[in-house]
Write a protein that binds this ligand. Sequence first.
Ligand SMILES: [Zn+2]
Length: 409
Amino acid sequence: MEQKYDFVIKNAIIDSAENSMDIGITDGKISALGKFAFAKAVPTYNAMEQFVCTGFYESHIHLDKACILDRCTIEEGTLDEAVKETGKAKKDFTEEDVFSRASAVVEMAVKKGTMALRTFVETDPKTELRSFNAIKKVREHYAHVIDIEICAFAQEGLTQEKETHKLLKTALSNGADLVGGCPYKDENPDEHIEMIFDLAVEFDVNVDFHLDFDLDPNNSSIPKIVEETKKRDYQGRVSIGHVTKLAAMDVEQRTAMAHLLKEGDIALTVLPATDIFLNGRDHDPLIPRGMVNANELAGHGITTTISSNNILNAFTPYGDASLVRMANMYANVAQLSKDDSIREVYEMITKNAAKLLSKQTEIKIGAPADLVVLEAKSAVDAIRTIAQALAGFKNGKPTFRNDKAEIIL
Ligand SMILES: [Zn+2]
């Protein structure tokens, strides 16, 4: 008997296969791969021999403070200024305001081929739970097109701000998926790290830290993070972002840190747009890149990802929520050229980031039909050319279409 299909994507090039194939979808799952017969009435999308993958995964973004450039003054372009300006603006955030800005970014991300994201949400006396409540609504509103993970986040310190601790707990009791800390903005970084870990253990959630955001190779928080991870058996449940001190260390120091991260099975996210924009302001000439080489760490067996971090605010006054653009920028700044290295970069916005979000990226029978068509012939080609995302499907349902640009002759 002929199998019943709800939808078929025709002529797709997928990662593991030589020749293009059709992808059959039944009840939101992939039900056939290859060349197979299906009824004429089944709706189809013709991928026209373009590359099809399971989309991109954003492991670190701030939806709550996106799109506020008109409320901030940028004179220095430093981290301190960005935190200060955003701190001032966020006192006036309302739920409606956060919902509308975050929704705009989510829509940008979906149209660029993003399938799931982890957003940090600041829960502190300045915003209380307004941003958190708004992002929960965003998560629900867009659940059919994207999966959103919410990280309750202490951006502006914890040990000197007890109210933040209470708000984090409330968020964790009311739908936050994990907890995040920012020790470099705390008077007592080590105690901050311990308190965030305590919350993670109490609520049995993963933990994600903004770490070491400067170019002084000394006093890294990595050893402390690894110590606490091991103490609490949290290997595989911890991720860290920025860690730009690593970019300032010599190869011996970097290798020692990589071994430590490996011991703790800690994932590392590079945020190229922000790291390059904020770091190195006191250098002239020869401004340092201030961005970690994630490929080097991947070579030590560490899970590495690349992510957008901020969109159109004082931390990053640019942004289109395109992970493939971010990956291309990273590869360019990291001076990569070989196919193998570019392939690793592709995995940083797909397989590796998906792992942090507990998603899988294999196109196989029985897997959810979460698929994105890219204007490229391969994964490496997609990164090199910043391939346009042409169409997306989540659980087999179409989520967006971008028509391929055509030359008019
Ligand atoms: Zn961040």
